[in-house]
Design a protein around this ligand. Structure first.
Ligand code: NAD
Ligand code: UGA
Length: 458
């Protein structure tokens, strides 16, 4: 069959895989090819055991794979054949040199740009899917258009707003699709081509176009605003614990103001995930680069509050458990950075596990999807750490349970059964406020929620 368009995506990760699966699923007329430098990852995408867990992903991959969706390791051939190339490689925080710990590490992205330049034999549209600092498209254009063989590249910014755990629903029914382009004739033409792809299933009102710099910046700002809401409610959670106010009641009352809205106001042990911290630090770096010190400090505060919230959680545990955790067994319910994913990047659970073993506590980690990642992540931690998927077995003989991830599973466990299997007095620290605190207290637990009065038997 002759396809209308050849689409290539470089980077088969949490964004590239699901996004391309959705395009292929919705648009049978396009051939969608996803490539990666890690062959094992491509093998997994071609197997029944996909490299990431995402509700609904298996179904759409199964429908499109082999029909118009392909996963491959031949990046060169992919580039040659493509009309449109999405670049969805990772852009982690730089760990060395200038801007270390703050700025995005663009080495993977730049390698990709150079590889496209080396291999391309015809003109192409290049779409920045990765989250990048504002003005990156300029650098990409300069690299790409440094070739002498007459091949033209038009660079677009099309940041992804999906959240893990709901990626398929987000991709199928996005709040908006944002496409930034140069305002030149060729830029606008390329933009229209990308709009036409999304228009196969997204309502035209939700496809927003802008200049390329606004698009790049909007992605960083969206993540900064989301994270800011969590840090705001988490900062209030500390005050609630001091004043006997209840953070859920405060959040409900505040969120009912239609100007504020109810979403993203769940106080927690802290936000995790590969992007919030990285993108805010990137924004902070950009502000400082342009001499905007106060603005940089303002956004940095969002990250500081998050670090403080995790530390506060551990200190609360320590104080509650008679100021020593040495030799005590603590079970972590959940290790993923949020529910419905196996992803553990920047998970607060890793920080908590690290702090617990530093106090010489024994740690038991339980999670329905993230134990493989948890084993990898905790390799460097020195201490007694066990991994047990079954939460009942994991909690047996423990002094405390700490809920780290809001998995539905943890709401509905038989906590009576758990209580009798634990060391007494038994403690529960609810880092997500997802269990019925009154009920657990009545069972006999000493209960420590976030931002609500503790319930203790002594
Ligand atoms: P990821 O690490 O899961 O995937 C990136 C993939 O790119 C990896 O499989 C890696 O092997 C591959 N890669 C790196 N260099 C390559 C190269 N030169 N050639 C081919 N493949 C290469 O990362 P991710 O979570 O998918 O994030 C990708 C980008 O999307 C980041 O910029 C991130 O900020 C952004 N983003 C992520 C999310 C999310 O929920 N994870 C959401 C929105 C945006
Ligand atoms: C986030 C954004 O929501 C996406 O729009 C964005 O595309 C993505 O980052 C990205 O750029 O990577 P994600 O990190 O996958 O998505 O998940 P979120 O649902 O945003 O949760 C992030 C963290 O905040 C999780 O640890 C979650 O548990 C925590 N959270 C969320 C809270 O603590 N309280 C809340 O009310 C909401």
């Amino acid at each position: 069959m002759k396809f209308e368009k050849e689409i290539l995506c470089i980077g088969a990760g949490y964004v590239g895989g699901p996004t391309m699966a959705m395009i292929a699923y919705k648009c049978e007329q396009y051939r969608v090819n996803v490539v990666d430098i890690v062959p094992e990852k491509i093998d997994q995408w071609n197997s029944d055991d996909l490299p990431i867990y995402e509700p609904g992903l298996d179904e759409i991959v199964k429908k499109a794979r082999g029909r118009n969706l392909f996963f491959d390791t031949d990046i060169e051939a992919g580039i040659k054949a493509a009309d449109i190339i999405f670049v969805s490689v990772n852009t982690p925080t730089k760990t060395y040199g200038v801007g270390a710990g703050m700025v995005a590490d663009l080495q993977y992205w730049e390698k990709t740009a150079r590889q496209i330049l080396d291999c391309a034999e015809s003109s192409k549209i290049i779409v920045e899917k990765s989250t990048l600092p504002v003005k990156t498209a300029q650098a990409m254009e300069r690299i790409l258009n440094s070739g002498k063989n007459g091949v033209q590249f038009e660079v677009l910014s099309n940041p992804e707003f999906l959240a893990e755990g709901t990626a398929i629903a987000d991709l199928e029914n996005p709040d908006r699709v944002l496409i930034g382009s140069q305002q030149s004739q060729s830029g606008l033409k390329a933009r229209d081509e990308l709009v036409a792809i999304y228009a196969n299933w997204v309502d035209p009102d939700r496809i927003v176009t802008s200049n390329i710099w606004s698009s790049e910046l909007s992605k960083l700002v969206a993540n900064a605003f989301l994270a800011q809401r969590i840090s705001s409610i988490n900062a209030i959670s500390s005050l609630c614990e001091k004043t006997e106010a209840d953070v859920s009641e405060v959040a409900r009352a505040v969120g009912m103001d239609s100007r504020i809205g109810p979403k993203f106001l769940n106080a927690s042990v802290g936000f995790g995930g590969s992007c919030f911290k990285k993108d805010i630090l990137n924004l902070v770096y950009l502000c400082r680069h342009y001499g905007l010190e106060q603005e940089a400090d303002y956004w940095e505060g969002v990250v500081s509050i998050n670090e403080h919230q995790k530390e506060r959680f551990v200190l609360n545990m320590l104080t509650a458990m008679f100021n020593t955790l040495a030799g005590k067994k603590v079970c972590l319910f959940g290790f993923a950075f949020k529910a419905n994913t196996g992803d553990t990047r920047e998970t607060p659970a890793l920080t908590i596990a690290g702090r617990l073993v530093a106090e010489n506590a024994q740690v038991v980690i339980s999670d329905p999807k993230a134990l493989d990642n948890a084993r990898q992540d905790t390799k460097e931690l020195k201490g007694d750490i066990q991994f047990i998927e079954d939460p009942y077995i994991a909690a047996e003989g423990c002094h405390a349970v700490a809920i780290m991830t809001e998995w539905e599973l943890y709401r509905t466990l038989d906590y009576k059964k758990i209580f009798v299997s634990m060391q007494q007095p038994a403690f529960i620290f609810d880092g997500r406020n997802i269990v019925d605190h009154e009920k657990l207290f009545n069972i006999g637990f000493n209960v420590f929620p976030i931002g609500k009065p503790k319930k203790v038997h002594f």
